[in-house]
Ligand binder design. Structure first.
Ligand code: FMN
Length: 188
């Protein structure tokens, strides 16, 4: 495995967090999952509106099966082996007024969860590939809310547990250089 290389020095946390698909069979205790979601709760948000909303289930629970059933087949095949699935949504409007930054804030919440997971030895893998229409009903999404991702959480397992075509993607991927991302006083 080629180690990820940073162009500029950053904490190993940011390089080592990644999104594997292979999990061990280890279960996640409910208290531990609550700790990961607690990190999401403390993410910053516009005017502290805290629009992020989560719906979760642990493997073995009916709630987990409901969420797993929403995933597209290419995600379901590996993600139903996860220890937990967490759906990330956000409140998009409040009392008729748009919460303009709800999606940005939900992104911060997911990342807080992912980094807290990494710090505690878990992996968290976000998936946009799920049936959002079906999720509205199945998860009782309130009106004025938007769905974003399902996050699979577990302990990383051996790639051999994956279907053969998914094994090569188990390696951490790379990033475009910072010089293509950050412009001095203007966008590139
Ligand atoms: C919004 C979002 C949607 C994603 N959807 C999927 C998905 O449906 N299936 C999947 O296997 N990975 C999905 N991913 C994972 C990305 O492919 C992955 O985060 C990206 O390649 C960077 O790799 P890393 O997380 O290992 O650093 C998604 C990630 C994000 C943030």
């Amino acid at each position: 495995m080629t180690a990820r290389q940073a162009d500029h020095p950053i904490d190993a946390l940011f390089l080592n967090r990644h999104s594997p698909r292979a999990f061990t069979t280890e279960e996640i205790p409910q208290a531990e999952l609550l700790t990961l979601m607690e990190a999401a709760r403390w993410a910053p948000s516009a005017s502290n509106t805290q629009p992020a909303r989560l719906a979760w289930g642990r493997r073995g629970e009916a709630e987990f099966q409901t969420i797993a059933g929403l995933l597209v087949p290419g995600n379901r095949i590996w993600a139903e082996r996860a220890a937990a699935l967490v759906v990330v949504a956000s409140q998009a409007e409040k009392e008729g007024a748009a919460l303009t930054w709800h999606a940005f804030d939900a992104g911060a919440a997911w990342m807080s969860l992912a980094l807290q997971a990494h710090l505690r030895g878990w992996v968290a893998h976000a998936m946009g590939g799920f049936d959002k229409e079906a999720a509205v009903q199945a998860l009782h999404l309130p009106a004025g809310h938007a769905l974003h991702c399902v996050v699979a959480i577990g302990r990383q397992g051996p790639a051999e547990t994956l279907p053969e075509h998914q094994r090569p993607r188990e390696m951490p991927n790379s990033r475009r250089p910072l010089s293509e991302v950050a412009g001095h006083g203007r966008f590139l």
